[in-house]
Design a binder for this molecule. Structure first.
Ligand code: ATP
Ligand code: MG
Length: 434
């Protein structure tokens, strides 16, 4: 029979292969540790939500809603649905639906895949993962600073350097409206310099023009009226306090007056963590209007969303040899009746907390050794007929031998003492905690 035609994965949607798992594990452990450290609790919401949730929650005139959403009609009942492009709207929906704010503020976090139909390139995918936090029900700049500190601690926990913090204040709606009017007047005066996107957004969402990536418009945007000049005393006081608390906590930051963030619902503080290549790893801020916009009792909120793939890329660069680690023990055996004992031996070793691969499929000892080596296991346990008759097996160090790498150290060990022997050997050689 000939080979059937291959079916490729969807463009921009990646497989995470087992060799990458050590980075994911490391990342997820750090996230869990940091979230616990700040009293944030995980919430899991569905990947599919009603399309209307994102249209209302993200805003009609945004990149996401205009052109990036995977929306479809459920053929079975006609529901208009969308694969979530971000998670804040879904989390807020759930918070309202389950009345989670009834007894006071909530600190929540989430992790999971998001979907945006963008042009795939490095650090930009159609299915990607975000970790995010939502601090709900707290008004003060202290909450803004808390979520920034949380991110900062995550970089420390992961050992990542070179990530800088940029902050800005978007003020309140009336201040933005005054700025917006000034902005529209300014861009209208220079209409001939606007590209198609900008012309379309001029009246609907002129703030987004400031976020343009078009090099031909940079000078124009640079000279545009600045929102900072339109902030009233309360907004300024909030922003000043954020800066004071950051400095008091020894977090370095840069004020970027052009930082606006893509979504409609932000107010007051916005921030981004940017790496040395200028890639944004994490963005967030305050979005006090959102809960009421989605039908809940008005309550303030702030948070961030972090691009997991981008952080993992950074982690890979910082720790290229985190490498794949193998299991503890690979059990090689002669098959037949010996194979049965080998099965039980492997189970006893697992009882002792060891990670064990039992050779399957038979073959010569030589070919089994090759598999054992390729598995990355620390020890090979060899169960042969003659030794087993005496109640013994051989143990061979495959790597990390205390008498030197590659040293062919092999010992005969009583089957009854095998698990203890291996655990002791591991603890003795590197203090491994098992
Ligand atoms: P950009 O301006 O780069 O498109 P954004 O404003 O759309 O970013 P957010 O919606 O704030 O991004 O998402 C938060 C983080 O999620 C981003 O800072 C980034 O790290 C990550 N992210 C966003 N879109 C993608 C994507 N398509 N692929 C991978 N990561 C992404
Ligand atoms: Mg985007």
């Amino acid at each position: 029979m000939g080979k059937a035609e291959r079916i490729q994965g969807v463009r921009g949607m990646n497989d995470v292969l087992p060799t990458d798992e050590v980075y994911w594990d490391r990342f997820e452990e750090a996230v869990a540790t940091v979230m616990r450290g700040y009293g944030y609790r995980r919430i899991r919401t569905p990947i599919v939500e009603p399309t209307a949730l994102f249209v209302r929650g993200i805003g009609e005139v945004t990149d996401i809603v205009e052109k990036e959403m995977y929306s479809f009609t459920d053929a079975l009942n006609g529901d208009e649905l969308t694969l979530r492009p971000e998670s804040t709207a879904g989390v807020v929906r759930a918070v309202i639906e389950h009345n989670l704010l009834y007894d006071g503020p909530k600190r929540l976090w989430y992790q999971g895949p998001m979907f945006r139909h963008e042009r795939p390139q490095k650090g930009r995918y159609r299915q990607f993962n975000q970790v995010g936090v939502e601090a709900l029900g707290m008004t003060g700049p202290d909450a803004d600073v808390e979520v920034i500190l949380l991110g900062n601690r995550l970089w420390d926990e992961l050992g990542l350097g070179g990530i800088r913090l940029e902050i800005n204040s978007l003020g309140q709606a009336d201040e933005r409206n005054a700025h917006r009017a000034a902005l529209i007047a300014y861009f209208e005066e220079h209409r001939e310099q606007l590209d198609g996107d900008a012309q379309r957004r001029l009246h609907a969402n002129p703030l987004r023009i400031l976020d343009t990536k078009n090099p031909a418009m940079q000078a124009l945007v640079e000279a545009a009226p600045r929102l900072g000049d339109f902030l009233g005393p309360e907004s300024l006081a909030h922003f000043t306090e954020v800066q004071r608390l950051l400095a008091a906590n020894k977090v370095e930051f840069r004020i970027n007056p052009r930082l606006v963030r893509g979504l409609d619902y932000y107010n007051l503080t916005v921030f981004e963590w940017v790496n040395e290549d200028g890639l944004t790893l994490c963005g967030g801020g305050r979005y006090d209007p959102l809960i009421a916009m989605l039908g809940g009792n008005p309550a303030p909120a702030c948070g961030f969303a972090l691009g997991v793939e981008r952080v993992l890329e950074q982690l890979r660069r910082n720790a290229p040899d985190l490498g794949a680690t193998g299991c503890d023990v690979y059990v090689i055996h002669a098959g037949g009746a010996v194979g049965e004992v080998a099965f039980q031996t492997a189970e006893r070793l697992r009882d002792a907390g060891l990670e064990v691969i039992l050779h399957c499929g038979g073959g010569s000892f030589k070919s089994q050794f090759r598999r054992a080596d390729a598995s990355g296991a620390r020890f090979a346990v060899i169960a042969g007929e003659d030794e087993l008759a005496r109640g013994e097996v051989s143990v061979k160090w495959l790597r990390g031998s205390p008498i030197g790498e590659g040293a062919a150290r092999q010992e005969t060990v009583a089957l009854a003492a095998l698990a203890d022997w291996i655990v002791d050997a591991m603890v003795a050689s590197d203090g491994a905690d098992i």
